[in-house]
Design a binder for this molecule. Structure first.
Ligand code: HEC
Length: 250
């Protein structure tokens, strides 16, 4: 076996070595020198990348990496006190810190989910209609216009799951007419919209506080639409009634 291998190697190498010995000596030396010299640029690049230097870096693709700006703690001669970081102006609060009114901004009253609307909001027809509009924009794609969890995104995602496209996985949007959701205090709904819930993401950055409460008032309207009692309607006695749907409605 080893004999065979040796034979093969000899057969392969011999012609190559014969060629090498046949090459003039100066070419052989030239090749050795060129090969060694070829490592010099690599060594220089490596050194430049690892050794500290006070020269500005060569930065070919800019991608807006360098732009005029002040970073933390930097000086800025524009202001009398020379600070680029400005102290808070008295009487103002950062956007993310507006939780003094926990009822309005977190849906929490005395450490429990709020069961009423914040007093600064007026829940009237305009408010609910605003909620309807916002619900149809932001929620209906998944939850459906009626809130039954059958929006177009849900249908499309199911199709993708069935056909196995890109390994899609999908958690169905909740039917908001389920008892567990109907029984939730409105503060909890506010929290779900604000911060998201399990696989649903939060909408705080897209829907302002006022509109989140308006959406809740519309969800309550949707709930009522499923459980309404004919007597809830003004002058209902004068309206024609369908005996099969007595006590409930479409
Ligand atoms: C991109 C799809 C999508 C959109 C848009 C969406 N949701 Fe959801 N929602 C879901 C999914 C999915 C769940 C179920 C999450 C789970 O069980 O992991 C859910 C759950 C819920 C729940 C049930 C929470 C609970 O306590 O079980 C409520 C209430 C809800 N959504 C309200 C809304 C409202 C209001 C909007 C509009 C502001 C909205 N959702 C927009 C996908 C969506």
């Amino acid at each position: 076996m080893t004999k065979l291998l040796k034979q093969i190697i000899d057969d392969l190498l011999k012609p190559i070595m014969a060629d090498v010995w046949a090459t003039p000596l100066w070419i052989r030396w030239a090749l050795i020198v060129i090969t060694c010299a070829a490592t010099i640029p690599l060594a220089l690049i490596f050194r430049a990348r690892s050794a500290p230097s006070d020269k500005t870096k060569i930065h070919i693709i800019q991608n807006m990496d360098n732009q005029p700006k002040f970073v933390s703690q930097e000086a800025n001669a524009l202001f009398l006190d020379g600070r680029a970081m400005r102290p808070h102006i008295e009487g103002t609060i950062p956007q993310t810190g507006m939780i003094g009114d926990t009822h309005k901004f977190m849906g929490i009253v005395d450490g429990a989910w709020a069961t009423t609307y914040p007093t600064s909001l007026t829940v009237d027809r305009t408010f609910i209609e605003r909620g309807q509009e916002q619900f149809n924009i932001y929620c209906s794609p998944c939850h459906g216009k009626g809130g039954f969890g059958d929006g177009v995104v849900h249908h499309r995602a199911n199709q993708l799951v069935e056909t196995g496209v890109n390994g899609t996985s999908w958690v169905a949007p909740k039917n908001i007419h389920e008892d567990t959701i109907k029984e939730q205090p409105i503060g909890q709904l506010f929290n779900s919209i604000t911060n998201g819930v399990r696989t649903m993401s939060g909408y705080a950055s897209q829907i302002p506080v006022h509109d989140r409460w308006a959406i809740i008032s519309y969800i309550e309207a949707l709930h009522t639409s499923q459980d309404a009692n004919p007597d809830d309607v003004e002058d209902s006695a004068s309206l024609p009634r369908n005996s099969t749907t007595e006590g409930g409605s479409e």
